[in-house]
Design a protein around this ligand. Structure first.
Ligand code: SF4
Length: 396
């Protein structure tokens, strides 16, 4: 049975109800009888089911179905990680139209590129403050000249300084870039990075898989087939990876469902996706301007519904993340009731979401993350990069 937890008022919050679902008649009234039955039976939902969930007038009923599934998978656990995020450069050859993070070259205003010593110093400081890091998360732009050997050297140096620190780095987009730069296969790039200490890859760069949309928002980066192939190659080497979807820009609901189904299909084949992260598009600093009807307060509800639909459609991916950098922390807390089971981590320093317009803090302490989770009525569980549970509460 789930334990009881203290909420913000210092009183005891009720444990998560086992069957927090309206009855079958209610779902029948919404035209969702067969979806309700499939969810209770643990059966796969079709693309049409996914669209019906998006069109359902009652988002709370959709959230309750997703909550039922996340509770079946994870009980009252909500995961977090004590991590340090490193963005090594924002210089990038790709030029995606939505990206507010990228700079053309090293000399442009706002461009940055960390040296190995900077990265080592940041990790050393983070370890000092939390006693133990459970993940190093490193991603960056596709820099025109940084060779693969530069990244291998960094991974090796980190691994030799802190052999117990799980190294999570490089999206499939970066892997494809290294492959082009070096004139070697993506599989060889992955093999070399794994040999240097890589154990996990983040899931960025998936954006939205539809080819026409991709031609509009990210014409130069790895295409959908390549992104999925590289993920499969990583899985074949025993590397775990995450996956994402950037939504709330030009795409339709059909594009979102298509994206989720392509991830589900890849997972059926290669099985190495650990967590899905739906990433709401942040409009503030983007060159991609949206029509008026796409902006506004309804976006919060859309984010919750997208978390819920993702949980229900991705029946073969264990975790769904409410990434508190990209969705406001209060909404991320609410998302724990809409199918999410992970909040990501302490982070410490983040540039991609903040340059896009995120107003979230740069980092959170372990105490703040655990409070967020407890105040939402869940039980905090500390995990590492590959989602293995680790001992909690070693530091602040
Ligand atoms: S989204 Fe990534 S690949 Fe695209 S321009 Fe920005 S940093 Fe480069």
């Amino acid at each position: 049975m789930p334990e009881q937890t203290s909420n913000a008022m210092g009183t005891t919050a009720p444990a998560i109800p086992a069957g927090l679902l309206p009855d079958a008649a209610y779902y029948a009234g919404l035209g969702l009888s067969s979806i309700h039955e499939k969810v209770l039976a643990g059966e796969r939902l079709s693309p049409e089911d996914g669209l019906a969930l998006y069109h359902c007038p009652d988002p709370v009923a959709v959230g309750a179905l997703a909550h039922h599934v996340r509770t079946r998978l994870h009980g009252d656990a909500a995961f977090y990680v004590v991590n340090r995020q490193i963005n090594y450069t924002n210089v990038c050859v790709n030029g995606c139209t939505f990206c507010a993070f990228r700079r053309d070259d090293d000399s442009q205003a706002g461009a940055f590129r960390l040296e190995k010593d900077d990265i080592m110093a940041r990790l050393a400081a983070a370890r000092k403050s939390v006693l133990r890091l459970d993940e190093m998360h490193m991603v960056g732009g596709c820099h025109p000249t940084l060779p693969l050997s530069w990244f291998e050297d960094i991974l090796r140096s980190i691994h030799s300084s802190w052999p117990d620190l799980p190294l999570k780095a490089f999206t499939p987009v970066e892997i494809e870039h290294f492959s082009r730069l070096e004139g070697i296969s993506t599989l060889e790039v992955l093999q070399r990075l794994k040999a240097a200490g890589l154990v996990m890859m983040p899931g960025g760069g998936a954006e939205i898989f539809d080819e026409d949309l991709r031609a509009q928002i990210c014409p130069h980066k790895a295409d959908a087939t390549t992104w999925l192939r590289i993920s499969g190659e990583a899985h074949s080497l025993g590397l775990k990876t995450n996956c994402t979807m950037l939504y709330g820009h030009l795409e339709t609901l059909e594009h979102r469902i298509d994206h989720l189904c392509r991830l589900r299909e890849q997972q059926d084949k290669s099985g190495g996706f650990t967590c899905f992260i739906p990433l709401p598009f942040l409009t503030e600093n983007s060159r991609l301007k949206l029509p008026e009807e796409r902006l506004g307060p309804q976006r919060g509800l859309d984010q919750l519904r997208t978390v819920a639909v993702s949980r229900l459609m991705l029946d073969n991916i264990p975790h769904i993340k409410a990434y508190w950098i990209m969705m406001p922390p209060k909404l991320a807390q609410t998302a724990l009731w809409y199918g999410a089971d992970d909040l990501d981590g302490t982070i410490v320093e983040e540039h991609i979401g903040h340059m896009a317009g995120s107003s979230a803090a740069q980092g959170m302490t372990i105490h703040e993350l655990e409070q967020m989770i407890r105040q939402s009525g869940f039980r905090p569980v500390r995990r590492n990069a590959v989602f293995a549970t680790v001992a909690q509460g070693e530091a602040h």
